[in-house]
Design a protein around this ligand. Structure first.
Ligand code: G4P
Length: 528
């Protein structure tokens, strides 16, 4: 098979959702379709304790959650599927955001009974801002939920994106009859735990379907559907691929109902790996020379070995186990050994991989997040991974002053690895850690103690709004506790505002001081 064909059958995506929306349940169904697992309930049983195989850290066990995004890959029909899992909500970390730089599309799951939940909006917005194609699955139709039109409106308003319902539900909860499949022009009947049945639109008038057609929920949905056909947005694959329109599927991951149709349609529409920007122009995935970038480094996946695994998104060419490539940052050769791919909770050695695939390689402490690896002679780097502005800040100190050396080394390495961000208090030199989620502090504390033998103490500065200053000269007298002046690792000034009010007050008082919102600055497309 040609490199072009190998690349074109790859589908690399992340599933994003608010906890409990049904991500695990849906993922399990996809793994079942891919014949990867024989029964549901083997991916992770949060409450059932079927978690042991994927445990890599004591903390993970204690919390009963999966801390770092994991990767699964499997063949499905003519495709090679790579799914990246992303923890959300309070388990959010910068890893979650970075994972999005390694995918070509996302599946967004929304619980029909809840709609879009506040804590997840940011994650959805990052996808929207980066122009990643978003496919929406509205889950739990077997329960009484919000009105479908209201759910669509919510998605449109929050994400500023067009919606196109690929199917339309008739009833919900106890009255749930099934869905009108607009794509394949058929009614898919929900039969509870029994297999669903398919009725082409042209057969719906037949007397045998009278019991269905005469029901009020069916009639209401049919009326809504004609309204949609007349007044709703037109489907446009171009708009979907540009991240401007999201195809919406209704269904139930648990039943399962509508999941296979969703997956088949999604996989046929979702983009294959696309060219990516580098410092030396655009690189096509069909370029025969291997290249890729590291988007995540995970330490201690295996507590017995204390190893570090660097996750690479292959962006062009073919990867072969043991190959020697160049690390763009140092311009030095490195051998990619102990490469792995990830199937559910197991790790398999991978012999070869193609653009679009995600592989893990052994990291002898040589890599950094954002590193580019290249087979060819030229040197280039993939676009820098965006730095995401933290929202939580804590001062950190060593519990035992005798351990100052271990403390410094631990901070330095964990910050370099991208586990957390470090800021220095201006003049005070205090170590201030910035994170996007509380969990990052727990992981930091745990790893400082276990890997560097340095116990740490935190003093919370609370939620803050960070703004970068455009200038490197400041009049110190204009800052105070509500507008704390700090320096980031590159020595740029960062002001940590206590709240919206203090930010606004500062701007009113100092109209000449230009403030940069990094979250807004990250607004660029990763591919084209
Ligand atoms: P998450 O990974 O997004 O956190 O969600 P997960 O799949 O674990 O699902 C959260 C809960 O929602 C689970 O119930 C799951 O069974 C239920 N669920 C998922 N999809 C559907 C659906 O389509 N319909 C209905 N009615 N429920 C659904 P739980 O009781 O919290 O966990 P469990 O003990 O059943 O595992």
């Amino acid at each position: 098979m040609s490199l072009h064909d190998e690349v074109n059958k790859r589908r690399t995506f992340a599933i994003i959702s608010h906890p409990d929306a049904g991500k695990t349940t849906l993922t399990e169904k996809l793994l079942l379709y891919g014949n990867l697992i024989r029964s549901a309930g083997t991916v992770k049983g949060k409450k059932s304790g079927k978690f042991a195989t994927s445990d890599w850290m004591e903390l993970e066990k204690q919390r009963g959650i999966s801390i770092t995004s994991s990767v699964m890959n499997f063949p499905y029909e003519d495709y090679e599927v790579n799914i990246l899992d992303t923890p959300g909500h309070e388990d959010f970390s910068e890893d979650t955001y970075r994972t999005l730089t390694a995918v070509d599309s996302v599946v967004m799951i929304i619980d029909a009974t809840k709609g879009i939940e506040a804590q997840t909006i940011k994650l959805f917005k990052v996808c929207r801002m980066r122009g990643i194609p978003i496919f929406t699955f509205i889950n739990k139709l077997d329960r009484e939920g919000k009105e479908p039109f209201d759910l669509l409106e919510e998605i449109e308003q929050v994400l500023d994106i067009e919606t196109y319902p690929m199917n339309w539900p008739a009833g919900m909860g106890k009255r749930f009859l099934g869905i009108f499949d607009r794509h394949d022009k058929q009614f898919v009947r929900y039969n509870g735990n029994e297999e669903e049945s398919y009725i082409p639109y042209s057969d719906l008038e037949d007397p045998e379907h009278q019991d269905l057609v005469s029901q009020a929920a069916y009639q209401a949905a049919a009326d809504e559907l004609s309204l949609l056909d007349e007044a709703g947005d037109q489907f446009s694959l171009d708009a979907v691929l540009a991240g401007k329109q999201t195809p919406v599927f209704f269904g139930s991951a648990l039943a399962p109902f509508g999941v296979q149709t969703f997956f088949d349609t999604f996989i046929s529409m979702a983009p294959a790996p696309a060219p990516r920007k580098t410092t030396d122009g655009v690189i096509s995935p069909d370029n025969p020379e291997f290249s890729g970038f590291i988007f995540k480094i995970q330490a201690n996946m295996n507590p017995a070995h204390r190893d570090r695994v660097a996750f690479i998104r292959v962006c062009s060419g073919k990867f072969e186990r043991g190959m020697t490539v160049k690390l763009a940052r140092t311009d030095k050769p490195v051998k990619l050994s102990q490469s792995q791919q990830f199937v559910a909770s197991a790790r398999d050695t991978v012999e070869e991989a193609y653009a679009g695939d995600i592989i893990g390689i052994y990291d002898p402490n040589a890599y950094r997040i954002g590193d580019t690896l290249i087979e060819g002679r030229e040197n280039f780097e993939y676009d820098e991974l965006p730095q995401f502005p933290p929202e939580l800040f804590k001062k950190v100190t060593a519990k035992n002053v005798m351990k100052a050396k271990q403390f410094r080394k631990g901070i330095e390495q964990l910050v370099q690895e991208g586990a957390i961000q470090l800021y220095k208090g201006h003049r005070t030199e205090a170590n201030i850690l910035g994170a996007v989620g509380e969990l990052q502090y727990e992981v930091f504390q745990y790893r400082m103690q276990n890997e560097y033998n340095a116990e740490v103490m935190f003093e919370s500065i609370g939620e803050r709004i960070p703004r970068w200053l455009k200038t490197d000269k400041v009049d110190e007298s204009i800052f105070d506790e509500r507008s704390l002046l700090t320096l980031d690792r590159e020595g740029n000034f960062v002001v940590l505002f206590k709240n919206d009010f203090s930010l606004k007050l500062f701007q009113d008082k100092n109209p000449d001081v230009e403030l940069i919102d990094l979250f807004e600055e990250n607004k660029y497309d990763q591919t084209y």
